[in-house]
Write a protein that binds this ligand. Structure first.
Ligand code: NAP
Length: 242
């Protein structure tokens, strides 16, 4: 069981207006954390605005350097105990996402949001994380990005979707490297697969629910240590091969 922090700890979440990001905000605010909830359009973040507790909603388009710089400026000197890089897009699900017809512009956009933006945001907010007590970086990845899983069990023997897979594989590669680079500064770094969850990205036929997924990920985040850096965990706590 995760106990509420004795001194108020702060978590920042990207893509917090819906889906898993919103469930993260709800869970941590209910635990008594200070939540910095970021999203592209705070004005239309209706569900987020209804959360009680200490929730501050700030604008952030993760692909915009200007938006990242503005956020970092607003948060200057503010310790952030946990930075959750959650925002992502799936990209095309039609023919333009399949081999032979891959849409280059769509691919670049997904790479920008899913792989590059989390790293640039982490660079910008690292001073805040280093000032905090917990110093944790969480990257919401996906099993779809695991290369080693592809040939293993029968249900992972599938090809596409190239765009989403490559974006999460690239993110994973960076997470592994960041884990090495920041261990000496006491930063914990973990990549998590949230399970297959009912959201716009997961699709509405998915078996899981965002709140269940987040409830399962909380203890994994709680247990993350710098010594364990470079690990890719499934929502049930088992290790996923990179
Ligand atoms: N659901 C699943 O089954 C599943 C499985 C594996 C991994 N994941 C991962 O879980 C994470 C959360 O996804 P979800 O399932 O909750 O999907 P979701 O409901 O589609 O939410 C995606 C979030 O990302 C935000 N976003 C997209 N582009 C952005 C940008 N440029 N700047 C800022 N925010 C942006 C969206 O904001 P807008 O409303 O402004 O578009 C939205 O808040 C993602 O990393 C996803 O890859 C999900």
């Amino acid at each position: 069981m995760i106990l509420p922090p004795i001194f108020m700890s702060t978590i920042l979440i990207t893509g917090s207006n819906r889906g898993i990001g919103l469930a993260f905000c709800r869970a941590y605010s209910e635990l008594g954390w200070e939540v910095v909830a970021t999203c592209r359009n705070p004005d239309s973040a209706t569900d987020l605005k209804q959360l009680s507790g200490k929730v501050t909603i700030l604008p952030l388009d993760v692909t915009s350097g200007k938006s990242i710089a503005a956020l970092a400026d607003t948060l200057k000197e503010k310790p952030i105990d946990i930075l959750v890089n959650n925002a992502a897009i799936h990209g095309p699900r039609d023919a333009s996402g399949t081999f032979g017809k891959i849409d280059l512009d769509a691919w670049m956009e997904v790479m920008k949001v899913n792989a590059m933006a989390p790293i640039k945001l982490t660079e910008a907010l690292l001073p805040n994380v280093l000032q905090s007590a917990q110093k944790k970086l969480v990257f919401i990845s996906s099993m779809a990005g695991s290369i080693s899983l592809r040939g293993s069990q029968p249900h992972h023997k599938q090809g596409g979707p190239y765009i989403y897979r490559t974006s999460k594989a690239a993110l994973n590669a960076a997470v592994k490297a960041i884990g090495f680079d920041l261990r000496a500064q006491g930063v914990s770094v973990v990549a998590l697969h949230p399970g297959w969850v009912k959201t716009e990205t997961g699709g509405w036929d998915a078996p899981g629910d965002p709140s269940e997924s987040v409830a399962a990920m909380l203890p994994l985040i709680d247990a993350a240590t710098p010594e364990g850096n470079g690990v890719f965990l499934n929502v049930d706590g088992t290790v996923i091969g990179w």
